[in-house]
Design a protein around this ligand. Structure first.
Ligand code: DGL
Length: 262
């Protein structure tokens, strides 16, 4: 049992879609969230850059007493999860696109994957696809502008709708009946994606499976919350005041919203 917080990080606000699932599943856990907004978007960064950021943030979270770290970012997971596990002894939980559930769900045999360029170009995703999609076709989109739209809070503007259409329609045209949201920012655009895709298309996201995996890890390491009142903190490497409205809306239990120390 432990009152220590779970450390969570992402390039910005996207990981709050994972926080939402963690809070729903384990409301008594404390959370310490880092939005690395000064370095957002991660999706166009090199592996070396992402490893340096992930090492820096994880070391900080560990120094704050985090009992586990959730890499709430697909781009950072594919580039850094092995390095983090080599360098830190606390449980490290990553996130990856829901390829296996998509393969089990699709009737058309065509799976659409929406993710960043970093995730789409990774050996990690190639291995996932290779492992789970023997008889399927996988079509992808790097979704230009989506992460920036979420960071700007422009979740339902006409410009964002045009961006969503531009990336989703080609996947539908290719026959996809299942869309995998392979970036933690994208669940915030789900209402728009649903409008564009229509009701017959299945949309898969990964926040809850990650929360369940975290729960299993905490239990197996005897690290689950000990009944102290949970403390929820949000720190940003950019301008936390500008993010506060979004953060409070999607994470109503959040307390402190502050600048990440340099
Ligand atoms: N939310 C992240 C992901 O899941 C990163 C998005 C970005 O910064 O490009 O990939």
């Amino acid at each position: 049992m432990s009152s220590a917080p779970i450390g969570v990080f992402d390039s910005g606000l996207g990981g709050l879609s994972v926080v939402r699932a963690i809070v729903e599943l384990m409301p008594s856990e404390s959370l310490l969230y880092v939005a690395d907004t000064a370095h957002c978007p991660y999706g166009s960064r090199s592996v070396e850059y992402l490893r340096a950021r992930a090492m820096h943030i994880s070391a900080w979270l560990q120094a704050q007493g985090a009992k586990a770290i959730v890499v709430a970012c697909n781009s950072a997971t594919v580039a850094t999860i092995a390095t983090l596990r080599e360098n830190f002894s606390l449980p490290i939980i990553g996130i990856e696109p829901a390829i296996r559930p998509a393969a089990a769900n699709t009737k058309s045999g065509v799976i659409g994957v929406l993710a960043t360029a970093a995730t789409l170009g990774s050996a990690h995703l190639a291995a996932l696809i290779e492992r789970h999609t023997e008889y399927h076709e996988v079509v992808t989109s790097a979704c230009p502008g989506w992460v920036e739209a979420v960071e700007a809070g422009a979740l339902d503007s006409p410009a964002t709708r045009a961006l969503v259409e531009a990336s989703v329609q080609p996947l539908l045209d290719a026959g996809a009946d299942t869309l995998v949201l392979g970036c933690t920012h994208f669940p915030f655009l789900r209402p728009l994606i649903e409008v564009v895709a229509g009701p017959s298309i299945r949309i898969l996201e990964t926040g809850m499976p990650v929360a369940r995996q975290l729960q299993r890890q905490l239990q197996s390491h005897q690290l689950a919350a000990n009944g102290s009142p949970p403390v929820h903190r949000f720190l940003s490497s950019a301008n936390p005041a500008a993010q506060a409205a979004f953060v409070r809306h999607y994470w109503p239990g959040v307390g402190e919203i502050a600048q990440l120390p340099a």
